[in-house]
Ligand binder design. Structure first.
Ligand SMILES: NC(=O)c1ccc[n+]([C@@H]2O[C@H](COP(=O)([O-])OP(=O)(O)OC[C@H]3O[C@@H](n4cnc5c(N)ncnc54)[C@H](OP(=O)(O)O)[C@@H]3O)[C@@H](O)[C@H]2O)c1
Length: 256
């Protein structure tokens, strides 16, 4: 199974590299001496990172565009060589606060959070399969484990990403490609700034990046943090629905 020696310089490709967890991951990896390439839409943020980090390549691209993703991955490999690690992190979150369902908003989140990962995988996997080497982390969330208030449009995208990673993991393992799924709890970023409720055990993007990198060094399929929050969510995932709705309703203020 392909694992990278943490002390060896590798080429890491990150989607959603301009802000939040993706940016913190990139800066932590760059500080450790790795070469980092990545995509996001905001050019000025990518330019700012390129100005500060010589081993960084920022490629302006929208991950919902399959051709743009293939071109981005080709450009990244031309600059820094074959991609050793890919963190498919880009995502958006829109809280669903009522019963007014806007299909366009549901579709947009699925296109970015899930299909964006599919587009990256389509471009990445052939090379990794040929090399019999590579490491992919699919960014999901504890919100993909069970339905939550406000998450009607977001949680299904994360459940889809978890099922995607689980399903591909079988072939990836056979082909020498390490596949992991990341399910963080709350991280303080532009995405969660939309939340008006108190987010328990919220982490900084830098702490989240360190926790994710630590998980990438392990042989576990699931990378989830912070420890106490993911443990509580794992318990909530296992209990019967009647208790789940009662307990989660009480904890979130949406009593049943
Ligand atoms: N924050 C949390 O509490 C939390 C918890 C669990 C999981 N997650 C997941 O972690 C990932 C990162 O979240 P975050 O909180 O760091 O979000 P964030 O701060 O809002 O950053 C999102 C990143 O994704 C990029 N992005 C969004 N749409 C894109 C598109 N169509 N094409 C290319 N790039 C796009 C953004 O760049 P541009 O806007 O420049 O394109 C940005 O770099 C997401 O998948 C999120 O669901 C977050």
């Amino acid at each position: 199974m392909a694992t990278s020696n943490p002390s060896q310089s590798v080429h890491v490709f990150i989607t959603g590299v301009s802000a939040g967890i993706g940016r913190a991951l990139a800066e932590t990896m760059l500080t450790a001496g790795h070469k980092v390439s990545g995509v996001a839409r905001r050019r000025h943020l990518l330019k700012d990172m390129e100005d500060r980090w010589p081993n960084f390549l920022g490629i302006p691209a929208d991950i919902t565009d399959a051709e743009a993703m293939t071109a981005a991955i080709t450009a990244a490999e031309m600059r820094f060589g074959a991609i050793n690690q890919a963190i498919l992190n880009a995502g958006v979150y829109e809280p669903q606060t009522d019963l007014q369902i806007d299909p366009a908003q549901f579709r947009q989140q699925m296109d970015i959070n899930y299909m964006g990962q599919v587009h990256a995988l389509a471009a990445l996997l052939p090379g990794m399969e040929q090399r019999h080497n590579g490491h992919i982390v699919i960014m999901a969330s504890v919100a993909g484990w069970r339905g939550l208030p406000l998450a009607a449009s977001y949680a299904p995208t994360k459940a889809a990403s978890i099922a995607l990673a689980e399903s591909l993991r079988f072939f990836c393992h056979q082909k020498g490609i390490k596949m992991q799924v990341a399910c963080p709890g709350f991280v303080k970023t532009e995405a969660t700034a939309k939340n008006t409720f108190a987010m328990p055990m919220i982490m900084t993007p830098e702490d989240a990046a360190n926790a994710l990198i630590k998980g990438m060094r392990s042989q576990r399929f699931l990378i989830s943090f912070p420890f106490r929050f993911q443990l509580m969510m794992k318990i909530l995932r296992l209990i019967p629905y009647r208790w789940y709705f009662w307990l989660t309703g009480r904890m979130t203020g949406y009593q049943q």
